[in-house]
Design a protein around this ligand. Structure first.
Ligand SMILES: [Zn+2]
Length: 163
């Protein structure tokens, strides 16, 4: 297990402002819970995002970070990419391509332990229950761009079978 490195090397107010900087409009978020997250091998698939400390139920864990782009541009990109790391908001989208850590690594589960709340320009993640240190974070992706065509390997007893 490798501790995450902050990809932009910046620390912000722990209440969590998102800041734009540079032409790529990368945004960064920081809080003690968020900064303790780490990426590691996942029993679900590929790499996953893990809690680096205990996270209490209902706590805000962090935000999906990336480039804020118009939704039409996000859909244009999504059709060209095999691996998509885009969250669609109401009129914009966040593309996490190139991010080396963070919520772009969160895996889907049909019985997730986090909830993603979308606002106008943010996608925030909250704990649905108490999460133990070292536990993999999961979120329900549906509806996703896979439109139910990707087989789910989450292993939850109530797994829907497809994402
Ligand atoms: Zn499942």
């Amino acid at each position: 297990m490798v501790p995450i490195d902050n990809p932009v090397g910046l620390k912000f107010d722990p209440v969590g402002p998102m800041l734009d900087f540079g032409p790529m409009k990368r945004v960064a978020f920081s809080s003690p819970l968020h900064d303790a997250l780490f990426v590691g091998p996942s029993p679900i698939t590929g790499r996953g995002l893990f809690a680096g400390c205990a996270i209490p139920k209902r706590a805000k864990i962090g935000e999906f970070e990336g480039e804020l782009i118009p939704i039409a541009e996000a859909r244009r990109r999504a059709t060209k990419l095999r691996i998509v790391a885009i969250v669609e908001l109401d009129r914009k989208a966040i593309d996490a391509r190139g991010m080396r850590t963070g919520f772009r690594f969160i895996n889907h589960s049909c019985a997730p332990n986090t909830f993603m709340r979308r606002t106008k320009d943010r996608a925030e993640f909250y704990a649905l229950r108490d999460i133990a240190k070292g536990e993999e974070l999961t979120v329900d992706y549906r509806p996703s761009h896979h439109e139910g065509r990707l087989r789910c390997r989450c292993g939850a007893p109530a797994c829907h079978g497809w994402i």
